[in-house]
Design a protein around this ligand. Structure first.
Ligand code: NAG
Ligand code: NAG
Length: 135
């Protein structure tokens, strides 16, 4: 192969990898409201859809009052705020500073919620994320 052709292939490959890197977004959940009691994350998720596969969600919250981030197993546990089979992602001390970062790296529906106090039941601190493919 001519060396100029190799160079072109290399350039295309570099451009493609650069493109792939810049494609993934980092999204702060709740925007400037962060992760707090009383903010409507269902509405926020609708306004900020879609979240793409490989995007990073960042949950930022103060140490007090305490919040957390759990991954719930299904829609029913999400609707009823049942954390018995939930997976702890970030506890009450892991949301300050840069926050807790979670990469949307699976093709599944993600049910997130805070389990502290009445955060999930009354505080609206829950959201559903369905990853979208990038083209
Ligand atoms: C939160 O927002 C959703 C979507 O707009 C809406 O259906 C729901 O009633 C809101 N919840 C409250 C408590 O305002
Ligand atoms: C939260 O998790 C971190 C890291 O696993 C741990 O060091 C810390 O003690 C935990 N804090 C609470 C309040 O459970």
């Amino acid at each position: 192969m001519a060396s100029s052709a190799k160079q072109i292939i290399l350039l295309v490959a570099m451009a493609a990898s650069l493109f792939a890197v810049t494609q993934a977004d980092t999204v702060v959940v709740g925007g400037s409201e962060n992760w707090r009691y009383g903010y409507n994350y269902t509405e926020w998720a609708a306004d900020n859809a879609p979240i793409y596969f490989q995007d990073t969600l960042v949950f930022k919250y103060k140490k007090s009052p305490a919040h957390s981030v759990y991954l719930l197993p299904n829609l029913y546990s999400y609707l009823t705020c049942d954390f018995s089979k939930a997976k702890l992602l970030a506890n009450s001390s892991q949301g300050h500073g840069d926050g807790y970062a979670f990469v949307i790296n699976q093709w599944r529906v993600f049910y997130f919620a805070s389990a502290e106090g009445n955060d999930c039941e009354d505080g609206l601190m829950k959201l559903i994320v369905v990853p979208w493919p990038r083209y």
